[in-house]
Design a protein around this ligand. Structure first.
Ligand SMILES: Cc1ncc(COP(=O)(O)O)c(C=O)c1O
Length: 399
């Protein structure tokens, strides 16, 4: 493949890969910090970061060193043995979260599967299996495995995959009355993203998450936060829910946890985690030494003084610059976001804008049809923001 042209590579990709993605016609070959380069040597400012994955930037030296050293030492041994980097990362996550225990896996969907199983098993131990239903939100996104895609409320993701697993009820996001109307004697928990990502960077109204917490406490339901996209510093807090005065019982993480090494995690309080005993749940690759080395490098960097603060400051600056753009372009309806999880809602479909931005050297994407999503590395500079905003300004002028 080494001497194939870009065109030939794209043709081969279209020939040999499942056609599950509508891909942009470039081949990315290298990344450094907030920049990536394609096979023709063109440079891009990456404000998508592998969809909120490479939060420390591409090829972060600490992550690279950790992976290299771990690869030379021990790559994989299975969870039949104790693994020191796994224990160290679990301890660090516990020390910096509401949780008492951690289960490691490989992706967001796998973490969600684990959360669903854990909530059901917990309810089963208490009530003998009569409570298994989980309330989830419209416009949510939890992944593509059968249970995760069923937890994801939109019909378009379900079509042709029926029969779907039973036990999910959908309600509009940010609507307590709908939750109260949907709850029944079968309900065991509520699953929600603190800020909806794929749904278009939707931030809940003040009080919503706190009310959900109280609602769950009053009825002995489990509150599950899906922080796969919002977690690991993205919103300027280590976990997005820290902005509100509320903690979940179970939390899922993935995406930025490994900064590009596939890594997911399920975190829970002790009395809940303890229902998973030998034989109830497992994962061959989950928590393997390589992933743990990457996760450790990520956590240590995020916890260093200044990292999250930088994300908050850059986020505020970026959003203020986008607000300026809004003043000049009629197609910009609203800017939303926290930290460096930012959405720009347009009055028109966003796909064209994304393509035009790419052609000018800026990578972003579009969620929910008309919301431009910006989830750049947390290490971006003011100059990076200015460059991105200039490109957007140019692109929006053409609308
Ligand atoms: C909030 C949320 N949960 C779960 C997932 C699924 O993660 P994965 O693609 O790693 O399975 C995603 C992916 O976008 C997500 O944004």
């Amino acid at each position: 493949m080494g001497n194939m042209t870009t065109e030939e590579l794209i043709q081969a990709g279209n020939r040999y890969l499942f056609g599950t993605y509508r891909r942009f016609p470039i081949v990315l070959v290298r990344g450094q910090g907030a920049r990536v380069w394609d096979s023709d040597g063109r440079e891009y400012l990456d404000f998508l970061a592998g969809i909120a994955v490479c939060s420390l930037g591409h090829s972060h030296p600490r992550v690279v060193r950790a992976l290299r050293e771990q690869a030379e030492t021990l790559t994989h041994v299975s969870n039949l043995y104790y693994i020191e980097p796994q224990i160290r990362l679990a301890k660090l996550l516990v020390e910096h979260s509401f949780a008492d225990r951690v289960f490691f896996c490989n992706s967001g969907a796998e973490a969600i599967e684990g959360a669903i199983k854990l909530a059901r098993r917990f309810a089963y131990e208490r009530t003998g299996g009569s409570r298994y239903e989980i309330i989830t939100m419209e416009n949510s996104f939890h992944g593509r495995t059968l249970a995760a895609v069923t937890a994801t409320a939109q019909k378009k993701y379900h079509e042709g995959f029926e029969p779907l697993p039973e036990g999910f009820r959908y309600v509009p996001f940010d609507d307590m009355a709908a939750v109260a109307a949907a709850v029944s004697e079968k309900t065991c928990g509520i699953l929600v993203e603190p800020i909806q990502g794929e749904g278009g960077i939707r931030i809940p109204s003040p009080g919503y998450l706190e009310e959900l917490r109280k609602f769950c406490d009053d009825r002995e339901l489990l509150l599950i936060f899906d922080e796969v996209q919002t977690g690991m510093g993205r919103t300027g807090h280590l976990f997005a829910h820290e902005e509100w005065d509320v903690e979940p019982d179970i939390m899922t993480l993935a995406k930025a946890l490994g900064n590009g090494y596939p890594l997911g995690a399920l975190l829970a309080r002790e009395h809940i985690a303890s229902v998973f005993v030998p034989g109830t749940h497992a994962s061959t690759f989950g928590g393997n030494p390589l992933g743990m080395a990457a996760g450790m490098a990520v956590m240590e960097t995020l916890l260093e003084k200044g990292t999250l603060e930088h994300c908050r400051v850059m986020g505020e600056y970026f959003r203020s610059q986008l607000e300026n753009l809004k003043g000049h372009h009629e197609t910009v309806r609203q800017i939303r976001g926290r930290g460096l999880m930012v959405g720009m809602e347009l009055t028109v479909a966003g796909d064209n804008t994304v393509l035009k931005a790419m052609k000018r050297g800026l990578l972003i994407n579009c969620t929910g049809g008309n919301v431009l999503r910006f989830v750049p590395p947390l290490i971006i500079t003011k100059a990076d923001v200015d460059e991105a905003v200039n490109i957007l300004d140019e692109v929006l002028k053409e609308e």
